[in-house]
Design a protein around this ligand. Sequence first.
Ligand SMILES: [Zn+2]
Length: 266
Amino acid sequence: MRRDEGADGEQRGVDASRVADRDLADERQLARHEALHDELAGDAPQDVTACDWPVAAARLLEREQASTEDVWGAQFQAAGAKYRVPRLEIFSGQYPTACGQGSTAQGPFYCPADEKVYIDLAFYQTLKDQLGAPGEFAQAYVIAHEVGHHVQHLLGISDKVDEQRGKSTQAQQNALSVRLELQADCFAGVWGFHAKDQFHINQDDVESALNAATKIGDDALQRAATGTIRPESFTHGTSAQRVRWFNTGLQSGSIQRCDTFSTRDL
Ligand SMILES: [Zn+2]
Protein backbone atom coordinates (compact mmCIF):
# COMPACT_ATOMS: atom_id res chain seq x y z
CA MET A 1 0.00 0.00 0.00
CA ARG A 2 0.92 3.61 -0.19
CA ARG A 3 0.76 5.39 3.13
CA ASP A 4 -1.11 8.39 1.71
CA GLU A 5 -3.92 6.25 0.38
CA GLY A 6 -5.76 6.04 3.64
CA ALA A 7 -6.31 3.31 6.12
CA ASP A 8 -6.43 0.34 3.79
CA GLY A 9 -3.67 -1.28 5.83
CA GLU A 10 -6.27 -1.91 8.47
CA GLN A 11 -7.88 -4.38 6.10
CA ARG A 12 -4.87 -6.60 6.51
CA GLY A 13 -6.39 -7.77 9.77
CA VAL A 14 -3.19 -7.20 11.70
CA ASP A 15 -3.78 -7.05 15.40
CA ALA A 16 -1.54 -4.33 16.77
CA SER A 17 -2.05 -5.50 20.33
CA ARG A 18 0.00 -8.62 19.73
CA VAL A 19 3.09 -6.45 19.37
CA ALA A 20 2.09 -3.95 22.05
CA ASP A 21 4.61 -5.42 24.44
CA ARG A 22 7.28 -4.62 21.88
CA ASP A 23 6.11 -1.04 21.61
CA LEU A 24 9.23 0.63 22.90
CA ALA A 25 9.86 4.23 23.78
CA ASP A 26 10.72 6.14 20.61
CA GLU A 27 14.30 6.95 21.56
CA ARG A 28 15.24 3.43 22.47
CA GLN A 29 13.57 2.19 19.35
CA LEU A 30 15.47 4.59 17.12
CA ALA A 31 18.74 3.58 18.76
CA ARG A 32 18.00 -0.07 18.00
CA HIS A 33 17.01 0.82 14.52
CA GLU A 34 20.30 2.64 13.96
CA ALA A 35 22.18 -0.27 15.51
CA LEU A 36 20.52 -2.64 13.08
CA HIS A 37 21.48 -0.50 10.11
CA ASP A 38 25.06 -0.25 11.35
CA GLU A 39 25.21 -3.95 11.91
CA LEU A 40 23.89 -4.67 8.45
CA ALA A 41 26.35 -2.21 6.96
CA GLY A 42 29.08 -4.20 8.68
CA ASP A 43 30.78 -1.18 10.23
CA ALA A 44 29.50 -1.62 13.75
CA PRO A 45 30.33 -3.94 16.61
CA GLN A 46 28.99 -7.38 15.81
CA ASP A 47 27.46 -7.66 19.24
CA VAL A 48 23.82 -6.93 18.68
CA THR A 49 22.53 -9.42 21.19
CA ALA A 50 20.75 -6.65 23.09
CA CYS A 51 18.75 -6.09 19.98
CA ASP A 52 15.60 -8.11 19.46
CA TRP A 53 15.42 -7.57 15.70
CA PRO A 54 15.28 -10.78 13.73
CA VAL A 55 18.56 -10.02 12.00
CA ALA A 56 18.28 -12.84 9.48
CA ALA A 57 14.96 -11.44 8.28
CA ALA A 58 16.44 -7.95 8.13
CA ARG A 59 19.40 -9.24 6.12
CA LEU A 60 17.05 -10.79 3.61
CA LEU A 61 15.26 -7.45 3.30
CA GLU A 62 18.52 -5.63 2.69
CA ARG A 63 19.53 -8.20 0.09
CA GLU A 64 16.17 -7.86 -1.59
CA GLN A 65 16.47 -4.09 -1.50
CA ALA A 66 19.89 -4.28 -3.19
CA SER A 67 18.42 -6.57 -5.82
CA THR A 68 15.60 -4.15 -6.66
CA GLU A 69 18.27 -1.46 -6.93
CA ASP A 70 20.18 -3.52 -9.53
CA VAL A 71 17.10 -4.40 -11.53
CA TRP A 72 15.43 -1.00 -11.56
CA GLY A 73 18.74 0.82 -12.00
CA ALA A 74 19.32 -1.18 -15.20
CA GLN A 75 15.73 -0.69 -16.41
CA PHE A 76 15.89 3.08 -15.92
CA GLN A 77 19.34 3.28 -17.49
CA ALA A 78 18.11 1.39 -20.56
CA ALA A 79 15.38 4.03 -20.89
CA GLY A 80 17.93 6.84 -20.54
CA ALA A 81 16.75 7.77 -17.05
CA LYS A 82 18.33 7.67 -13.64
CA TYR A 83 16.95 5.52 -10.85
CA ARG A 84 16.80 7.10 -7.40
CA VAL A 85 17.15 4.40 -4.77
CA PRO A 86 14.44 4.37 -2.09
CA ARG A 87 15.56 3.89 1.49
CA LEU A 88 14.42 0.92 3.46
CA GLU A 89 13.34 1.69 7.02
CA ILE A 90 12.82 -1.23 9.34
CA PHE A 91 10.85 -0.37 12.43
CA SER A 92 8.95 -1.84 15.30
CA GLY A 93 5.76 -0.59 16.91
CA GLN A 94 5.46 3.10 16.04
CA TYR A 95 7.72 5.10 13.77
CA PRO A 96 7.65 8.72 12.54
CA THR A 97 7.54 9.12 8.73
CA ALA A 98 7.07 12.04 6.31
CA CYS A 99 3.61 10.54 5.69
CA GLY A 100 2.61 10.52 9.34
CA GLN A 101 3.14 8.01 12.10
CA GLY A 102 3.84 4.49 10.88
CA SER A 103 2.58 1.51 12.83
CA THR A 104 2.59 -2.26 12.65
CA ALA A 105 -1.15 -2.31 12.03
CA GLN A 106 -0.69 -0.70 8.62
CA GLY A 107 1.49 -3.39 7.17
CA PRO A 108 4.43 -2.40 4.92
CA PHE A 109 4.04 0.88 3.04
CA TYR A 110 5.82 3.31 0.75
CA CYS A 111 5.92 7.03 1.53
CA PRO A 112 6.46 9.13 -1.63
CA ALA A 113 7.19 12.26 0.43
CA ASP A 114 10.47 10.84 1.78
CA GLU A 115 10.93 8.06 -0.83
CA LYS A 116 11.21 5.40 1.84
CA VAL A 117 9.81 1.91 2.16
CA TYR A 118 8.71 1.21 5.74
CA ILE A 119 8.64 -2.34 6.97
CA ASP A 120 7.72 -3.67 10.36
CA LEU A 121 9.18 -7.13 10.66
CA ALA A 122 6.18 -8.21 12.74
CA PHE A 123 4.22 -8.07 9.49
CA TYR A 124 6.07 -11.11 8.21
CA GLN A 125 5.15 -13.04 11.30
CA THR A 126 1.55 -12.01 10.67
CA LEU A 127 1.82 -13.10 7.07
CA LYS A 128 2.96 -16.48 8.28
CA ASP A 129 0.70 -16.89 11.33
CA GLN A 130 -2.56 -15.38 10.16
CA LEU A 131 -2.39 -15.59 6.42
CA GLY A 132 -0.40 -18.78 6.00
CA ALA A 133 2.03 -17.41 3.42
CA PRO A 134 5.59 -18.09 4.55
CA GLY A 135 8.64 -18.33 2.31
CA GLU A 136 11.61 -16.13 1.52
CA PHE A 137 10.45 -15.13 -1.90
CA ALA A 138 7.01 -14.27 -0.52
CA GLN A 139 8.72 -11.86 1.86
CA ALA A 140 10.80 -10.47 -0.96
CA TYR A 141 7.68 -10.02 -3.04
CA VAL A 142 6.18 -7.73 -0.39
CA ILE A 143 9.23 -5.44 -0.64
CA ALA A 144 9.16 -5.62 -4.45
CA HIS A 145 5.53 -4.45 -4.37
CA GLU A 146 6.44 -1.42 -2.23
CA VAL A 147 9.42 -0.64 -4.47
CA GLY A 148 6.90 -0.89 -7.32
CA HIS A 149 5.13 2.10 -5.75
CA HIS A 150 8.45 3.93 -5.69
CA VAL A 151 8.90 3.25 -9.41
CA GLN A 152 5.38 4.61 -10.01
CA HIS A 153 6.39 7.71 -8.06
CA LEU A 154 9.59 8.19 -10.11
CA LEU A 155 7.70 7.70 -13.39
CA GLY A 156 5.11 10.31 -12.36
CA ILE A 157 2.30 7.76 -12.46
CA SER A 158 1.21 8.20 -8.85
CA ASP A 159 1.10 12.01 -9.23
CA LYS A 160 -1.22 11.66 -12.21
CA VAL A 161 -3.43 9.28 -10.28
CA ASP A 162 -3.54 11.63 -7.30
CA GLU A 163 -4.59 14.42 -9.63
CA GLN A 164 -7.44 12.33 -11.05
CA ARG A 165 -8.42 11.20 -7.59
CA GLY A 166 -9.12 14.80 -6.62
CA LYS A 167 -11.94 14.99 -9.17
CA SER A 168 -13.40 11.53 -8.57
CA THR A 169 -16.16 9.94 -6.54
CA GLN A 170 -15.19 7.52 -3.78
CA ALA A 171 -15.97 4.51 -6.01
CA GLN A 172 -13.81 5.97 -8.81
CA GLN A 173 -11.02 6.68 -6.35
CA ASN A 174 -11.10 3.08 -5.21
CA ALA A 175 -11.03 1.88 -8.82
CA LEU A 176 -7.94 4.05 -9.45
CA SER A 177 -6.31 2.66 -6.31
CA VAL A 178 -6.91 -0.88 -7.55
CA ARG A 179 -5.21 -0.09 -10.88
CA LEU A 180 -2.29 1.52 -9.05
CA GLU A 181 -1.94 -1.49 -6.72
CA LEU A 182 -2.17 -4.02 -9.53
CA GLN A 183 0.52 -2.14 -11.43
CA ALA A 184 2.76 -2.29 -8.33
CA ASP A 185 2.17 -6.07 -8.33
CA CYS A 186 3.10 -6.22 -12.02
CA PHE A 187 6.26 -4.19 -11.31
CA ALA A 188 7.07 -6.66 -8.51
CA GLY A 189 6.78 -9.38 -11.16
CA VAL A 190 9.14 -7.46 -13.46
CA TRP A 191 11.67 -7.41 -10.64
CA GLY A 192 11.14 -11.17 -10.17
CA PHE A 193 11.81 -11.80 -13.87
CA HIS A 194 15.16 -10.02 -13.74
CA ALA A 195 16.17 -11.29 -10.30
CA LYS A 196 15.30 -14.95 -10.96
CA ASP A 197 18.89 -16.06 -11.35
CA GLN A 198 20.35 -13.83 -8.67
CA PHE A 199 17.84 -15.01 -6.10
CA HIS A 200 17.85 -18.58 -7.43
CA ILE A 201 14.11 -18.37 -7.68
CA ASN A 202 12.46 -21.66 -8.46
CA GLN A 203 8.87 -22.62 -9.13
CA ASP A 204 8.19 -23.20 -5.42
CA ASP A 205 9.31 -19.66 -4.64
CA VAL A 206 7.07 -18.25 -7.32
CA GLU A 207 4.11 -20.21 -5.99
CA SER A 208 4.87 -19.04 -2.48
CA ALA A 209 4.92 -15.41 -3.66
CA LEU A 210 1.72 -15.91 -5.61
CA ASN A 211 0.23 -17.46 -2.52
CA ALA A 212 1.20 -14.32 -0.58
CA ALA A 213 -0.40 -12.19 -3.29
CA THR A 214 -3.53 -14.29 -2.97
CA LYS A 215 -3.58 -14.13 0.80
CA ILE A 216 -3.16 -10.37 0.91
CA GLY A 217 -5.66 -9.66 -1.87
CA ASP A 218 -8.49 -7.45 -0.67
CA ASP A 219 -11.12 -10.14 -1.09
CA ALA A 220 -9.21 -12.64 1.04
CA LEU A 221 -8.64 -10.01 3.73
CA GLN A 222 -12.22 -8.81 3.65
CA ARG A 223 -13.59 -12.31 3.79
CA ALA A 224 -11.35 -13.06 6.73
CA ALA A 225 -12.34 -9.84 8.47
CA THR A 226 -16.06 -9.64 7.78
CA GLY A 227 -17.12 -12.87 6.12
CA THR A 228 -18.38 -10.90 3.13
CA ILE A 229 -16.94 -9.19 0.07
CA ARG A 230 -17.74 -5.66 -1.08
CA PRO A 231 -15.98 -5.11 -4.42
CA GLU A 232 -16.54 -1.33 -4.52
CA SER A 233 -14.39 -0.94 -1.43
CA PHE A 234 -11.43 -2.89 -2.86
CA THR A 235 -8.28 -0.85 -3.01
CA HIS A 236 -5.77 -3.57 -3.89
CA GLY A 237 -7.73 -5.74 -6.32
CA THR A 238 -8.96 -9.28 -5.90
CA SER A 239 -6.55 -12.12 -5.25
CA ALA A 240 -7.03 -13.41 -8.81
CA GLN A 241 -6.24 -9.97 -10.24
CA ARG A 242 -3.12 -9.62 -8.11
CA VAL A 243 -1.84 -13.05 -9.15
CA ARG A 244 -2.54 -12.29 -12.81
CA TRP A 245 -0.69 -8.96 -12.84
CA PHE A 246 2.22 -10.29 -10.81
CA ASN A 247 2.48 -13.11 -13.36
CA THR A 248 2.25 -10.66 -16.27
CA GLY A 249 5.36 -8.89 -14.97
CA LEU A 250 7.09 -12.12 -14.03
CA GLN A 251 6.60 -13.73 -17.46
CA SER A 252 7.41 -10.65 -19.57
CA GLY A 253 9.96 -8.72 -17.49
CA SER A 254 8.65 -5.63 -19.22
CA ILE A 255 7.08 -2.58 -17.57
CA GLN A 256 5.28 -1.83 -20.84
CA ARG A 257 3.16 -4.89 -20.15
CA CYS A 258 2.10 -3.39 -16.83
CA ASP A 259 -0.33 -0.79 -18.17
CA THR A 260 -3.14 -1.47 -15.73
CA PHE A 261 -4.63 1.96 -16.47
CA SER A 262 -5.58 1.54 -20.13
CA THR A 263 -6.69 -2.06 -20.02
CA ARG A 264 -10.41 -2.81 -19.90
CA ASP A 265 -9.77 -6.26 -18.58
CA LEU A 266 -8.14 -6.13 -15.16
ZN1 LIG B 1 0.49 -1.27 -2.47
